[in-house]
Ligand binder design. Sequence first.
Ligand code: FAD
Length: 410
Amino acid sequence: SNETLDDYTNVDVCVIGGGFTGVSSAINLSKKGYSVALCEARQIGWGASGRNGGQLGIGMRKDQNTIETTLGFDHARELWNLGLESVTECINLIKENNIACGLQKGLLDAGYFAKDKEDFLFKIEHMQKNYNFEGYEFINQKQIKEEINCKLYSSGLLNNFSYHLNPLKFLIGLARLLIKYKVKVYENTPVTNIVEAGDNVKIYSNKKIIKANKVVVGCNGYLDKLLGKINNNFMPINNYMIATEPLGEKTAGDIIKNNYAICDTRFIIDYYRFSEDWRMIFGGGETYSSKFLNNSKNFVLNRMYKVFPMLKGYKIEYSWGGTLAVTVNRLPDFGTLMNNKLLYAQGYSGHGLSLSTFAGKLIAEKIDGFNERFDLFSKINHLSIPGGSLVRRPIYSTAIFYYKLRDLLF
Ligand SMILES: Cc1cc2nc3c(=O)[nH]c(=O)nc-3n(C[C@H](O)[C@H](O)[C@H](O)COP(=O)(O)OP(=O)(O)OC[C@H]3O[C@@H](n4cnc5c(N)ncnc54)[C@H](O)[C@@H]3O)c2cc1C
């Protein structure tokens, strides 16, 4: 967008952040007739939305039985239904708007530990019995070795209701709708302050002001101090990815037989898939400092070679990283401030492709006076990660160190 902010702009809603949360909020609000301005500090898709692994999964980051223990069965079931709808919503958006983003069906959890078999079988039965859900399929030891050409896994759980896709192409497809629905898009426009002013809110980008009735904040891992202590509700984590040169369909099929996206069961996961042009897109490895790794390519490469030593001869053509927001309970963090004039959604904990797109729909419903579905998320309590960022990063790193060790030992 070439739009630059005037000294003073007036809209119904100002959306901050040009990822899936912000773009989807802007589309859904403008469809309902609100005038909308979207401010993005860099470019649309610059954040995690344009950099992620493209795994479009149902449910939440945690299993249903864990969520039931935390929130009770009824609330957990409502979240499960929203999680299913979030994927359907993405598929409908892709189909209705002819977004060419390499959509493929199937997500396979690859069991790294012997005990995963038991967990997978429990999950299948639990979901059949309590949720009437038949979309999971157990993959035994022989089958997993046929599905993935790798010695590390001993069982699997195939999810036929989840997909994978090229996330940047999906986001660009959605961003085209911003033009269709006449959203004013201001890129390179960092919001520096948000101030409640009577019945309105004033949003500052340096000296320029947007006056709005409502403001939506979708900055996720890049939120920083914009909402004061709200960024204590999650830990910003950097995760890294690489892409090989195109391997061709035959070689790709020898590595992942049915072109599923794969995710392993370790705490620090490996996740990977083939792109539309048959590049291996491999993600894995996290850092918790405020600085990005300089040498992230080798960091991820070492993980990939452990899984697929046969990829050693191929060139790595791209490497990148992004920041995501992880909450303690791994459930998204929705909320309001300034007497409901400010709404935010964040903390998708690595499961945000579908949920952040869907968050935009729930935010628009809430602004339109239909609170119920937004509130199913906003009523979830989140533990604040203690201390300022200087303190909490080391605390979190130490906690993670324990889990990393567990990945290695068991
Ligand atoms: C490497 C990686 C791999 C991932 N893989 C997957 C996956 O396979 N599946 C999955 O479901 N999820 C995955 N995720 C998570 C997923 O990408 C995110 O949950 C989702 O994209 C969040 O979208 P968002 O719009 O909320 O945030 P983002 O896409 O991060 O967008 C936030 C935007 O806000 C902007 N911003 C910040 N501050 C300001 C300000 N003050 N003013 C204006 N703009 C501002 C930023 O520039 C940024 O563009 C992954 C994340 C990463 C980093």
